[in-house]
Design a protein around this ligand. Sequence first.
Ligand code: PRX
Length: 634
Amino acid sequence: MVTQMKTLEDYKNAYKKSVENPEEFWAEQAGNFTWKQKWDKVLDWNFKEPNIKWFEGGKLNITENCLDRHLEERGDKTAILWVPNEPDADDRKFTYKELYTEVNKFANGLKKKGIKKGDRVIFYMPMIPELAIGMLACARIGAIHSIVFAGFSAQSLADRIIDAQAKMVICSDYNKRGAKNIPVKKVVDDALKMGCDSIDTVVVHKNTGGDIEWNDNIDLYLHDMLDGVEDFCEPEVMDAEDPLFILYTSGSTGKPKGVVHTTGGYMIYTAYTFKNVFQYQEKDIYWCTADIGWITGHSYIVYGPLLEGATTMMFEGVPTYPDAGRFWEIVEKYKVNQFYTAPTAIRALMAQGNEYVDKYDLSSLKVLGTVGEPINDEAWYWYYDVVGKRSKPIVDTWWQTETGGILISPLPCITDMRPTYASYPLPGVQPILVDPEGNLIEENGVEGLLCIKYPWPGMLRTTWGDHERCRQTYFSAFPDLYFTGDGARRDEDGRYRIIGRVDDVLNVSGHRIGTAEVENAINTAPGVVESAVVGYPHDIKGQGIYAFVITKGQVDDENAFKKQIIDMVRVEIGPIAKPDIIQLVPGLPKTRSGKIMRRILRKIASGDMSNVGDISTLLNPEVVEEIKKSAPTL
Ligand code: PRX
């Protein structure tokens, strides 16, 4: 088990050591795990190529660390506690022993179907235990899992399958989410018609038993795959730097890229940050409400908690079903100790009124966490006052798909809290602020671009199939620095507050969406000439999506036209990316070199018409006035 800091002194000492002697610091943590062979070298790195290797030569299997090593001490402890969508349906509990057996069987099932070390397996599934079991089964045999959030469209799923050249897709027949019953297998069928030639098998978990189309050549029920398999599977010997998973995420250009995380460093980093940020104690019930389709679910529902022998809860449903008290009903029922959610959920529940919270006994809570987007003052105080009754620490955790684990966060009851500040870096993390020219900003009380100047074990190593894209995206803006894409403020005491993305990436309800992706989708709709997408402040979602669209000639039925655009985005990406506002415009403000001036569009979208700044250098300054005139009042 990793070291748990308990006092401010512990934090200060750990931080100091992690900066002065990072290799010794991380080697000490690595020594707490089961290795089949010790590493040759703790760290080898440069941010130029980039080339980052932690614990090279070390051999291990992460599932031995998540499962096997707990069997003796906590074999009968609940590892996964699953809460279903329907409040009156039965929950499911897997002890560490049971989870171990399920993972071993699933791993043997995968092997039976020819999956081996290095093969890619895509999951397109709801929040059910089979998803966590399947991921771990991949890790057991060294296959690389890539989980696709089940809200993405067939096209998005196909893009990921093709990019990863995956051999297998594992899905359910239907997903239950709130009052909806979503035909997931159908989405997989549609994706497979889009050129996913690498797929040999579609494994279907019978979740609801609803009607699906069946293709004997490719489809296989999960229960049939697992029929008669042995319940022990020898864990594959992995190098610390062998890939563990690929997770696709949006950037400012092009299609989503496959962020690659490797085995050893990710393991140590997620375990260390889980144990410390949530101050997990052996008997605690920990609940992260994220979906496993996002990095938060990977690191803080599955890997981090299981590595530390925790009881981790998985919830199939949504916060507002059957009503806005669902989260709090679950907290009371299972006496949840650590609760980790997104600001969007907090804002949505806040809007429903305090009575939904006040009905329940939340005294079991010890730590409240948030992640994924900036939390505004109002939401922070509501979480603190109404949910936490002014006595529970809030950890506002800042990190990214690329970082693998939390980088900046308060430590509950150890470091202080300042509302809306993610505050101090965790041990091993060396953040800095630079100005747009890359000059280091040393003083406090300033804003700048957030970069990290030294590697940490959980960081991405590459982007799948395109290392140059990784270099270009994260390591080329400023020499020898990892650039996060975020702007941040550092207060007088050195606490960080994340302001938000400074690139063309939107954060809508905590979901990361590239403006270029949405524009590409809109541009494929009939009658569209060109479009520009920007974010604007949205009370619940944090950011909403605002699309400026140039049409081919006059549009007869504006509503029908806009609906067509929205449908196109749904089909190309998924419902999470659909525009909230579409404005039809005669032109887009452009520089003389033809670049869209998004700065101006952002101002207009946020209703700040009087302050669009200098437009004299534009190719077409007159268009700004026209757009302003026809902008809807928000
Ligand atoms: O802008 C930051 C925001 O979410 C981005 C990363 O998104 P993603 O890779 O999807 O990972 C989300 C979950 C780790 C960041 O670049 N972000 C994340 N956490 C915070 C945040 N913004 C402000 N405060 C946070 N705590």
